[in-house]
Design a protein around this ligand. Structure first.
Ligand code: 0L1
Length: 248
């Protein structure tokens, strides 16, 4: 691998472990989208070398509003490892400037090698949340930066799994300390979270990666991400899918 890209992965890895934001890579370097995904791969390889396992993928920029904001016309993806799975508590002191957003999650029970495999591979659907923590100063980045930074992934949590169902218009509510702070519909996720799942299969296939049984696909946010304070109790509710809670 190009040593410069490996060096970018090291910078982002250390920003994570030292909880110190870094300037965006594109401020001083040329980085295109394929090279940014190479950095992401190298960043995750470092985690795998420390004993973490891949357990899924996350989709990003899945709402029209975020695509327009970034000036892009396709979604991005990042990798999820077992160390990112949050059971019930997340320590915000271990993060730089965390934000949280509600998600719809798919559980795969069959391998997905092509987009055509995706829908039939869904074994479960759950409400979830994602904790984002851009490793860049001031959450300031270009598309290539955020791809390299594993799409800002920091952690995620999942509610109870349900049998596959229509999730085109599921109402989602994010509460912090009992107060509603964001609400939306799963329709904000590409019009139907299943489209995001199919996109995950497309992008993974293009990268030569098979989505495996047991993996989770986070389809993307249905609302804007909100700052995640310390000492908070967060609840995400989804109509028909129950809820998931986390404390910080
Ligand atoms: O939409 C996403 O999850 C992708 C990247 C989020 C960018 C950020 O706000 O950190």
């Amino acid at each position: 691998m190009n040593p410069r890209l490996e060096q970018f992965a090291e910078i982002l890895d250390e920003a994570t472990s030292r909880r110190r934001a870094v300037p965006r890579l594109t401020g001083t370097a040329e980085l295109d989208v394929p090279a940014a995904y190479e950095v992401q791969r190298a960043l995750i390889e470092r985690r795998l070398a420390r004993g973490e396992s891949l357990i899924g993928v996350k989709m990003g920029f899945t709402s029209r509003a975020k695509m327009v904001q970034m000036g892009i016309d396709d979604v991005i993806w990042g990798r999820l490892t077992d160390a990112m799975l949050i059971e019930s508590k997340v320590d915000t002191a271990g993060l730089i400037h965390p934000r949280i957003e509600p998600e719809i999650a798919f559980l795969l029970d069959r391998p997905v090698r092509t987009p055509a495999d995706a829908v039939a591979a869904v074994g479960g659907i759950a409400v979830g949340y994602e904790v984002l923590d851009s490793r860049y100063e001031g959450f300031s980045f270009a598309l290539e930066d955020v791809i390299a930074d594993n799409a800002s992934a920091a952690g995620f949590g999942l509610g109870p799994w349900h049998a596959p169902r229509d999730v085109r218009n599921v109402g989602l509510l994010l509460e912090i300390d009992g107060r509603p702070v964001a609400s939306g519909s799963s329709a904000a996720i590409l019009g139907d979270p299943v489209r995001s799942l199919v996109a995950a299969a497309r992008l993974a296939a293009a990268a030569g990666i098979e989505l495996r049984p047991g993996w989770v696909v986070l389809a993307g946010a249905a609302t804007a991400a909100v700052p995640l304070p310390a000492g908070a109790h967060v609840r995400v509710r989804a109509a028909g899918l129950g809820q998931v809670e986390v404390t910080t």
